[in-house]
Ligand binder design. Sequence first.
Ligand code: PRX
Length: 630
Amino acid sequence: MDYATFYRRSIDDREAFWAEQARLIDWERPWDQVCDNSNPPFTRWFVGGRTNLCHNAVDRHLAARAQQNALIFVSTETGTERIYSYAELHREVQTMAATLQSLGVKQGDRVLLYLPMIPEAAFAMLACTRIGALHSVVFGGFASVSLASRIDDAEPTVIVSADAGSRGGKVVPYKPLLDEAIRLAEHKPAKVLMIDRGLSPFERVAGRDEAYADWRERHRQAQVPCAWVDATHPSYTLYTSGTTGKPKGVQRDTGGYAVALASSMKHIFLGNPGETYFSTSDIGWVVGHSYIIYGPLIAGMATIMYEGLPIRPDAAIWWSLVEKYKVTSMFSAPTAVRVLKKQDPAALKKHDLSSLRALFLAGEPLDEPTAQWIAESLGKPIIDNYWQTETGWPILTICNGIEPAPSKFGSPGKAVYGYDVQLVDESTGQELTGANQKGVVVIKGPLPPGCMQTVWRDDARFVKTYWSSIPGQQVYSTFDWGIRDEDGYFFILGRTDDVINVAGHRLGTREIEESISSHPAVAEVAVVGVADQLKGQVAMAFAVLKDPSVAATPEAALKLEGAIMKLVDEQLGAVARPARVRFVGVLPKTRSGKLLRRAIQAVCEQRDPGDLTTIEDPTALQQIKDLVQG
Ligand code: PRX
């Protein structure tokens, strides 16, 4: 079918279109209504239908592929390689589910996962959706303050964690950070389920901490049936950063998400049952949820879960896995490709990559040199896709599974079926219909299946944040700038808000500012994202000190900078650490006191800061200019 027709039908004949896609998954009870949009923007998909995410990811495949590979775990950190067939995965998930139930977890409860990339993370996610509990995975790279705020928002009954992760051969203990987070949090989980990898000794809190090894023994043969839940039952929450310091819990449904993933595996990611999928992301991010765990498993594929760096033991490690497991679709981020590019280019030629159909990249802008290099080195199609934690699956890409179409360098492609993507003027809200006009990328409701239902326990914030930022229009804002060319290809030009993207990791500058401000020497701080060749962006901090004399000499300034970075590491995690913390006498603000972040960013990137007529003290920007250019 031609893509234009397929796309038009998804918008113009929405109900019939999605009813067809819904046949890709199993339902215990069919829906009464495909799309209920009577209370926008709170869209409900497949109302009246009952299904289960874990059933669709695991149990459904037992009849045809019980002995086929489901989860392939590879850790180059611990030297472990372990394959779970669908039957074994089914066994492990039930054991984990029975354990969670024994620890008091019930349908609708939250279970917070603070875990490295280990098979138990997959078991725990699937165990939660199996029993209708919501998982809330917190990225293992986050530290205690980030974790504490997520614990308080999710209010989990149980936290599942591990003694440690490992990165580049270095053990990274998790337990002390978790203990500190629980101490900081107001909400105290009833139980902490600990997976002991034997990497780092830890202290047990009596009455609270449980050893998974013991429970696993006890529940080795447990039978835990899937709980059929309403299609609209929330399956999970996942925290993401926005304009304010407080992270938002993106809440996802069950039925719509399963349908969207099943459909995207077929039409976008070219995945067939019995084949192997390899996504290099982490379960702490949305790509890990959708395309390490649920998407590939729903499609009946084997999914590779990889713990380790892309360049250790050498830059060929990923390609050796492609060859060994005959990977057909691979998903990564531009940053990882840029890291590989700096290594031995011959690494790509050492292995037989004939099984691979395409490499999918997402999470940050794909620059042309990187795209060109990897396309030429691999000799395979490179397919960029643009989306967000909020949407759960791609908004823009090339749907080669429907109709193969060329990619354009620098563009993630066209609007994906189901998404009515538009560009609007930021200040007037008017739709921009002409070619090559720059505007805010918005989606006209209803959002398609799979997208966020609301902000966890904060409907008002969902409406206010996402659906009220464009004047005069109730449309969903992505908070990205974009343009669309005459052929309908979009180009993404960066965020309109205070979110930055460091090595594909989405971070809120406000969270980093809050952390830096908690240092006793700091009076005020501004953090901006600055373009970086390798990481896409890095965070740059400019701080005003309470007493400037404490950083009077270059040595003292460097020492204080180090102390502040350490504080950010401890509170938020090294992912949020700014590349530099510089000290200034005053920050550039408008006369009404608003920080001129865009101007700071422009100066750091050696661009024209634009209209500065409202600036209170022009010397403030000059100070920053002198620092970054000096
Ligand atoms: O700014 C866009 C950028 O990453 C943001 C979403 O990040 P996150 O919630 O972590 O979800 C990542 C899911 C892949 C977007 O608002 N972004 C994501 N993909 C692209 C991108 N920017 C340019 N090109 C992309 N392909």
